[in-house]
Design a protein around this ligand. Structure first.
Ligand SMILES: [Zn+2]
Ligand SMILES: [Zn+2]
Length: 391
């Protein structure tokens, strides 16, 4: 929200400057006054909807950790027409702030995608509020399989976006409502055991690295859903006529992916309802055999929840010890996501390399300069590279 506000403010100021520079004469006075009027109006509107949290990132983290009330982590999504996403965003933000919820929520005219946590003491109020919203009524929640030791989120952000998932697709080029049929957990198990069926992991390579379904084809090179989706019809060409099950973390990515694959001629594509999270719940509740190996990667501070007992990935630092624990490099400039074993993480003090440990000891001003060059020249060119995909 802050970033949007900032860029709007800049564009407003630029309009003002251009108006003065191009039309300095008195004959243009009404235009100048109109520009000022519009600019001030915009500023006032922004003030009304802008809720700036002035605490530093570190302070937010410390405050969240200090708040030890039990919380419930959940996610939910819905593709639904939202007439005024900004207004909707404000309504959600106001209420969920009152209830001390934290999380990352995206709102678009096509729907909502929410990952968040709610203090257990406010759960009933949260649920009553969500169900009272016409756009959200009846939306099923996916409750986290396990809570981490610390909070899953440190703050609440509710952002308006063009889309609720960055899929890179032009929605007008295919029928997005023609999604695949859903699979329950027990049906998914049948697919896993069926030698004629193809299981495809719709997530990114670093997610599949720590956990995936038995016999699944996992993405080897793709770090973003957008890239993967674009290439999937080609990658899976050989399996076009086979019965196919696709899955993701909570089900949202498969809604678009199944419609996209059907559009590309994959007629027998179905997707796991509620994703891996709901699969794990169904397995527990119905006493089914668990066919998901390892961990389900999640996009919050927990970075993963255990589904299967086995560890299928290896430490990125020593490349020897089995581990499926993700860390972000302590060097904030790098912040790379890596898998580390206890010994390596301790030895390298939470950094992904000795280089990062050294960089972090530089004076603040040097780090600032370095960060700027790193972001411009290196980060954009070097996506996350996994070492090796486990079988
Ligand atoms: Zn190691
Ligand atoms: Zn690093």
């Amino acid at each position: 929200m802050l970033v949007i506000a900032k860029s709007e403010a800049i564009s407003g100021l630029q309009i003002l400057e251009v108006s003065f520079a191009v039309h300095p004469g008195n004959s243009q006075l009404p235009l100048i006054l109109l520009t000022i009027f519009l600019f001030c109006g915009k500023m006032l509107r922004m003030k009304k909807t802008q809720r700036r949290d002035l605490r530093s990132r570190e302070q937010k983290r410390l405050d969240a950790i200090a708040d030890t009330r039990p919380r419930r982590t959940l996610s939910f999504y819905r593709y639904v027409r939202i007439v005024d996403p900004e207004k909707f965003r404000d309504r959600l933000f106001t209420k969920w702030s009152e209830l001390d919820c934290m999380g990352r929520v995206y709102v678009a005219s096509e729907g909502i995608n929410a990952q968040m946590n709610v203090p257990a003491m406010y759960w009933d109020q949260f649920d009553a509020f969500v169900q009272s919203q016409p756009e959200l009524k009846g939306t099923p929640y996916k409750i986290a399989v396990e809570e981490g030791e610390g909070p899953s989120f440190f703050k609440l952000t509710v952002k308006v976006r063009d889309k609720i998932v960055a899929d890179g697709l032009d929605d007008s080029s295919f029928d997005v409502t023609n999604t695949g049929e859903y699979l329950t957990a027990s049906e998914m198990n049948e697919y896993v055991d069926d030698p004629d069926a193809v299981i495809f992991d719709m997530r990114n390579n670093y997610e599949a690295e720590v956990g995936h379904f038995k016999n699944a084809i996992t993405p080897d090179n793709f770090v973003t859903f957008r890239d993967e989706l674009k290439n999937t019809p080609v990658t899976l060409q050989a399996y076009k006529d086979k019965k196919m099950a696709i899955y993701c973390t909570g089900g949202i990515r498969c809604e678009k992916a199944s419609a996209w694959l059907k559009h590309n001629g994959f007629r027998n594509v179905k997707h796991l309802k509620g994703g891996i999270i709901d699969y794990a719940h169904q397995v527990r509740q119905q006493g089914l055999e668990n066919k998901f190996l390892g961990k389900n990667f999640v996009f919050d501070e927990r970075l993963g929840e255990r589904i299967g007992d086995e560890i299928i990935s290896t430490c990125h630092l020593c490349k020897k010890t089995k581990s499926d624990t993700h860390y972000h490099c302590r060097n904030q400039i790098c912040h790379t996501l890596f898998i580390g074993c206890d010994e390596c993480v301790k030895k390298k003090d939470g950094y992904c390399s000795w280089g990062c440990a050294m960089v972090d000891k530089l004076p603040a001003q040097s780090k600032k300069t370095l960060a700027r060059y790193y972001n411009i020249y290196i980060r954009k060119r070097r996506p996350f590279q996994k070492t090796r995909m486990s079988a």
